[in-house]
Design a protein around this ligand. Structure first.
Ligand code: ADP
Length: 218
């Protein structure tokens, strides 16, 4: 099913979202005040408009409220990002995702009712930090301030062991939700499933517990 998205701001972040949505077969309208940006995307999107999104009439005339999801990807101009979000909200857009530049920006966006707030640089920074601290941590997804899902590569120390003999639940309080082994993925593995070196364990739990597990098994 094709969904209709509107992306406001075609910087690196907005541009990348837009290309990916097109790749996924979605209908995308883009708005940017910079004509060069619009020309760059005009051929791949359904509708490309040069316009300033802080002008309510521009958004209204584009029928923005009929889009299922609007993404505000304005970078440095925090004021424009906030004002745009506010207008979208007032026009009754159902779902609004906004890129936040910093924590204050995020606070305001929450207050005015943005449905989803993303911090691409901060989140990517965290993920990369986990990866560089431990080579065995392949990826990291923050669930809350204290909980995450982490992909950990199984070292030789885990080879041949099962979750049962490692007593993972009781000792570390974490759960292995899946094991990736080459092309295969074992979802909800049995406690008796032997782990092999180079398996990728997908672990969910409290950060402190995951850290203890990482240290112990690496
Ligand atoms: P990034 O950090 O994601 O690369 P940028 O700040 O470089 O973000 O890009 C933001 C984009 O948003 C730019 O292309 C800019 O022209 C556009 N933009 C900024 N303010 C407005 C506005 N009020 N209306 C429409 N587009 C805007």
């Amino acid at each position: 099913m094709k969904k209709e998205f509107a992306v406001i701001g075609l910087g690196r972040f907005g541009g990348s979202i837009c290309r990916e949505l097109i790749e996924l077969g979605m209908e995308v309208m883009v708005i940017d005040k910079n004509e060069e940006k619009i020309n760059e995307f005009a051929n791949i999107v359904s509708h490309a408009v040069v316009g300033n999104s802080v002008d309510e009439n521009v958004l209204k005339s584009l029928g923005i409220r009929n889009f299922e999801h609007v993404i505000v990807a304005i970078g440095l101009d925090i004021q424009a990002s906030i004002l745009t979000t506010l207008i979208l909200k007032e026009l009754g857009v159902k779902k609004i995702t906004v890129k936040a530049q910093n924590d204050y920006h995020e606070k305001v966006l929450k207050k005015i009712g943005a449905d989803h707030i993303v911090h691409p640089e901060r989140d990517m920074g965290k993920r990369i930090a986990h990866h560089v601290v431990s080579n065995n941590v392949l990826d990291y997804l923050e669930l809350s301030d204290e909980h995450s899902i982490v992909e950990i590569k199984a070292s030789t120390r885990l080879d041949g062991h099962t979750m049962m003999d490692l007593d993972i639940r009781a000792r570390y309080g974490i759960t292995i939700v899946a094991i990736k082994r080459g092309q295969d993925i074992i979802v909800s593995p049995q406690a008796t499933e032997p782990i092999k070196e180079n398996d990728v364990l997908i672990v969910i739990g409290a950060d402190s517990d995951i850290n203890r597990f990482e240290k112990k098994v690496m």
